[in-house]
Design a protein around this ligand. Structure first.
Ligand code: F6R
Length: 608
């Protein structure tokens, strides 16, 4: 949410910054801007900014002539304080226009600071929380830029990843992190800074990730890190796992399509090197959970938001079924506000693709503060949630750029199957059942490719459903999280209203919505609930509702059936969601939606 990029070196910064912003645009796309130390003369000298409402391509058109310089910072915005317009776009400058700041996060005491600055005679140009930081730095008295930023940050409460330029200190960029990610990229006689490695990997794979409370100064040839109090910290660069091409579209028209298509490989990756055939279990290196703890825990509580929460629902089901531990999933965003009872015998698991989602991170911090044991099931290596957790497992889905989650949802569900198998085999899951699940896991990549092979049929169906006013998604027990995720996917990318209900709940109210213009998608695995599910189809048909069944065999009552290959019943939900990702994609395509950047959304929700 909001992308930041900065460059200092020998090359002209503006083109590099624009390229970086394009790679970060999925984090926010309602306005964009950049500031450079201009190498020009006369009125073109010193700190110059260009910013606009709209996309990075709009900014590109707005860059003035002779806007050159080898030091700069840039931003792509997802509005929190103030509408998306030119004035609210970042960078924000101080009254003397000597300081420029780009910011990701939320300054909680912005209203108070705005009032204080106004009382001191400062005229604020925007409605943003960020602008106060520029003025505070501009007014600070320290001798160095670092001291001025530290002084300003002492008044600030909230979350931030910031990058700062100052006209009087043209040889450096100062950055600070508290709750919103900041990474440094180390090049040859040049340095980069960004809120996400996606902006850096085409230039360098050597990165340094800042911790909360940490700051850094980057110059063309060097960097140093220190705390907001000024004590030096020691950090050593790491090599980014993913090459620049992993962040490209690779011949697809959208990232969403690319990421759906990559799922067989992604699942292969999450399984690789983890299966232990001898003991019919899996090795999960980073779990940090000894067998005694795994045997004695009494409950599992899974926390995540949106698709991560839905993957957690599948995870809870798998843990109950395979490990026979009572487990449930809850939206992390709700959990932390309800003063939850934190139980020492419960294992808490935080789920997140980005590892940055503020609500999930805050839930983890609250749990840790109360002494709970928290594992992370996370995609982005080294992210805040991965670091805050006591242990966990990475889902290895690879970079997910489309705002809506697809491959990461699937890989997270598979990661939960691994965890459930691991816990199950420590507890009472038999060797035979362990082998059965392992066989099922091994079949998944091939079966995913089979599902994806049905894309032309799904595309045709999308043509029929694109005119729906609203859609209903239903599933029972294992099918319910699939229905929820499919409904979320459809509404996010196509903007068609959709509801998801447990099939058993339909008759308790939502049946009132069923009519010819409201089709139902029913998740119908061939398990012991199939007959009950068929009865639900009868109820819908009796109300003239049309039905698309996602099933293992043709369903007589359904108007259309999309057949999905059958796996082990516990693993079937993983496959059944995939055709519905394609249905959402093709429906959105038919409606001409901006698939990778749906309206009002952004990836990595780093605000409350
Ligand atoms: C839906 C989607 C969101 C995210 C949610 C959590 O397609 O992408 O619902 O799943 O914002 O994000 P992470 O997984 O990064 O914590």
């Amino acid at each position: 949410m909001c992308g930041i990029v900065g460059y200092i070196g020998k090359r002209d910064s503006a083109p590099l910054l624009l390229e970086g912003l394009q790679r970060l645009e999925y984090r926010g796309y309602d306005s964009a801007g950049l500031a450079i130390h201009s190498s020009g003369t006369g009125k073109n000298a010193g700190l110059r900014t260009a910013k606009t409402k709209g996309r990075v391509r709009d900014l590109q058109e707005r860059i003035p002539k002779r806007f050159t310089g080898t030091v700069g910072i840039a931003h792509t915005r997802w509005a929190t304080h103030g509408a998306p317009n030119d004035l609210n776009a970042h960078p924000h400058v101080d009254a003397a226009e000597k300081v420029a700041v780009v910011h990701n996060g939320i300054i909680d005491n912005a209203a108070e600071l705005r009032a204080k600055l106004t009382a001191e005679g400062v005229e604020l140009a925007s409605e943003t929380d960020t602008e106060v930081v520029s003025h505070l730095i501009g007014l600070a008295q320290g001798e160095t830029l670092e001291a001025r930023v530290q002084e300003a940050l002492r008044s600030v409460e909230g979350t931030y990843g910031i990058a700062v330029l100052h006209e009087e200190f043209p040889d450096r960029i100062v950055v600070a992190r508290n709750g919103s990610p900041v990474v440094l990229g180390i090049g040859e006689h040049e340095m980069f800074v960004a809120s996400d490695v996606a902006a850096l990997v085409s230039h360098t794979r050597q990165i340094v990730t800042l911790d909360d409370g940490e700051m850094a100064t980057i110059t063309a040839g060097d960097y140093r890190t220190y705390t907001t109090e000024g004590s030096r910290t020691s950090t050593s660069p790491e090599t980014v796992e993913w090459a620049a091409e992993s962040y490209d579209m690779g011949g697809h028209d959208t990232y969403m399509h690319k990421e759906i298509a990559e799922q067989a490989d992604a699942v292969d990756r999450v399984l690789r090197g983890r299966i232990d055939d001898r003991f019919a279990t899996v090795h999960l290196g980073g779990l940090n959970l000894d067998p005694r703890e795994a045997r004695t825990m009494r409950r599992v509580k899974i926390l995540g938001c949106g698709s991560a929460y839905h993957a957690g629902m599948i995870g809870a089901q798998l843990i109950e079924e395979l490990a026979r531990i009572p487990a449930d999933a809850e939206p992390a965003s709700e959990f932390r506000y309800r003063n939850p009872v934190v139980d020492p015998d419960t294992l808490y698991i935080a789920v997140s693709q980005s590892g940055e989602t503020y609500d999930t991170l805050a839930a983890v911090q609250e749990l840790k503060r109360k002494g709970a044991r928290v594992l992370g099931v996370v995609n982005v290596v080294g992210s805040a949630i991965a670091r805050a957790a006591d242990g966990g497992l990475y889902v290895h889905a690879g970079p997910e750029v489309c705002v809506v989650s697809t491959k990461c949802f699937t890989n997270t569900a598979v990661a939960f199957a691994l965890l459930a198998l691991h816990l199950g085999r420590i507890r009472d899951l038999s060797v035979a059942d362990g082998r059965r699940i392992i066989e099922g896991l091994r079949k998944l990549p091939g079966q995913i490719d089979e599902v994806l092979g049905a894309e032309p049929d799904i595309e045709k169906l999308a043509g029929e459903y694109a005119s729906a006013r609203s859609m209903m998604f239903v599933g029972r027990v294992r099918g319910y999280p699939v229905a929820r995720e499919a409904s979320l996917k459809l509404k996010e990318v196509s903007y068609i209203h959709a509801e998801a209900y447990p099939a058993s709940e339909l008759k308790h109210g939502p049946l009132a919505l069923i009519e010819p213009a409201v089709p139902t998608v029913a998740i119908l695995p061939d398990d012991d609930l199939l007959e009950k599910n068929r009865a639900t189809l009868e109820e819908i048909k009796a109300r003239s509702g049309s039905i698309l069944a996602i099933a293992h065999q043709n369903q007589e009552k359904a108007d259309d059936t999309l057949l999905v290959p059958q796996n082990e019943p516990e693993l079937d939900p993983i496959l059944m969601g995939i055709p519905l990702q394609l249905l959402a994609y093709h429906t959105a395509l038919k409606l001409g939606r901006d698939i990778d950047k749906p309206r009002n959304l952004a990836k990595s929700v780093t605000v409350e």
